[in-house]
Design a protein around this ligand. Structure first.
Ligand code: SF4
Length: 473
């Protein structure tokens, strides 16, 4: 459900061998295409052999943070960029990325998408070694770990990455700029996406392929889980991390269900096509006699089209999204929270009144937004409401960088489907099943992370670790 779950980041890396070229504006456009992955802060770091590292970060949307002046000051042909979503209480400039710290006679800059579940322990170890922290980010932890390996054990960056990866538990797609050398790393489980493209003689790394489309770059391939990519003589070099541990591919299913833009392709699977399949699967599971299939815009549009095509029931727009509403501030009262839903979505009464409607949404997390949404729809006086959900019941939190809710806030962790239907006061409620979702994605179930659906997490979760949440009452 829109607004109830947030991914934390989108990352970009840019490598050009043409040292006279400034690539910051191209990174800006890539980040612009990834804005849906994070709206709290944005930042770009560039490297210029004459001027060294330049960087700029700020709070807000990419268009708020960067104007001509900031972009023009970021000279250099190598760059990394980041858009960030942060959890409540941590929305501050110090946590914006790329994180930058000194390294040898220059600097290291890093942008991270994911969450390190053992970061508290790693942070404490580094503190004991005298490292002082200025942010809450995992990027700072990883940067200091790299520095420590490099300085204490005299290791190259590549060897340092190898050593550090053995200690990191969790999800990490990283782009790292070290004194003019660009590295990209995808964790051995491949929880977060990362892909590479080319544009003329340049190489671009990004969380989603839409970033490549934005600058007319040609997708080459996804970074393989456990792979480190770097560049020599303007060619891609690949180093596989030692995967002797007990790890398996665990791609986040939520990328396909909700986070990623539908025009992205992740690990060879097109997101739009997957969401259409979700609609088709919902029709296989729930054949409902209705007049119209209506999506909750925007992420549920392909699923509603899929259901409509499979069933022959007309697709119709019944809710209009105000595309100019940014993130709403934390609303202290229930009345204000309800107003926020009205501001974002407005029903078309004429399209709903007197009709038996199938309303399709991508997921239900806490259930509060669904309740408010359905109350709005009821005001338009439909004859019947059948609510179908493109994600199985979310029964557990995420520890890998998706801020949603704690277990006690998750409605499906506390109530049965029948009880939820009763609370929502609708004619029927149907979730997609886990096997149907896996079939819709088209990936081997063993290669997916489904932790928030079945509590089988791909890593150990330290005892007492609290999941980060989007909204804390
Ligand atoms: S726990 Fe859920 S949201 Fe988190 S990475 Fe796994 S599938 Fe994605």
């Amino acid at each position: 459900m829109q607004g109830e779950i947030e991914d934390k980041c989108g990352i970009v890396g840019f490598h050009s061998q043409d040292e006279s070229k400034d690539v910051a504006s191209l990174v800006y456009y890539c980040l612009y295409a990834l804005q849906h992955r994070g709206q709290e802060s944005a930042g770009i770091a560039t490297f210029n052999p004459q001027k060294g590292l330049n960087y700029y970060c700020g709070m807000g949307l990419i268009t708020d943070v960067f104007k001509d002046y900031e972009i023009n000051n970021l000279s250099g042909s190598m760059a990394i960029g980041h858009v960030r979503y942060s959890t409540t209480g941590q929305s501050k400039l110090e946590n914006s990325q790329p994180f930058v710290t000194d390294f040898d006679d220059g600097f290291i800059a890093m942008a991270h998408n994911g969450d390190i579940v053992n970061s508290a322990e790693l942070r404490n170890e580094l503190k004991a070694d005298g490292y002082e922290f200025m942010s809450d980010t995992d990027s700072e932890v990883i940067c200091y770990m790299l520095k420590k390996e490099h300085y204490d054990n005299n290791k190259s960056i590549l060897d340092s990455i190898e050593s550090v990866s053995k200690k990191l538990v969790g999800s990490y797609s990283l782009v790292i700029l070290v004194n003019g050398d660009l590295y990209a790393v995808r964790d051995p489980m491949g929880i977060k996406p990362l892909a590479i493209a080319e544009r003329n003689d340049d190489f671009i790394l990004a969380s989603e392929t839409v970033a490549f489309d934005a600058i007319n770059a040609k997708y080459i391939r996804d970074i393989v889980p456990g792979e480190v990519v770097y560049f020599e003589n303007n060619e891609i070099r690949s180093h596989m991390l030692d995967l002797s541990g007990n790890c398996k591919f665990s791609h986040c299913m939520f990328e396909y269900v909700y986070f990623a833009r539908p025009d992205s392709t992740i690990d060879g699977i097109n997101v739009y096509e997957t969401r259409m399949n979700i609609g088709r699967q919902l029709h296989k599971l729930y054949q409902i006699d209705a007049d119209v299939v209506i999506p909750v815009p925007d992420s549920s549009i392909p699923a509603a089209i899929g259901y409509s095509r499979a069933s022959g029931i007309p697709y119709g727009e019944g809710l209009i999204k105000n595309r100019y509403v940014g993130r709403t501030f934390i609303m202290p009262t229930q009345e204000e929270r309800e107003l926020a839903v009205r501001l974002k979505l407005n029903p078309i009464k004429e399209a709903i009144k007197g009709k038996k409607i199938i309303l399709i949404d991508d997921s239900i997390v806490r259930g509060t937004t669904s309740k408010q949404l359905l109350d709005l729809v009821k005001e338009a006086e439909p004859a019947e409401i059948h609510f179908l959900v493109g994600c199985p019941p979310v029964v557990a939190p995420c520890f890998y960088g998706v801020a949603m809710a704690t277990k006690k806030e998750l409605i499906a962790a506390n109530y049965s489907v029948e009880e939820i239907q009763e609370q929502l006061d609708i004619d029927s409620l149907g979730y997609i099943t886990l096997p149907a979702l896996v079939e819709a994605i088209g990936m081997d179930e063993r290669d997916l992370c489904l932790g928030c659906l079945n509590e089988e997490y791909p890593t150990e979760i330290p005892e007492g670790l609290e999941a980060e949440t989007y909204y804390k009452p």
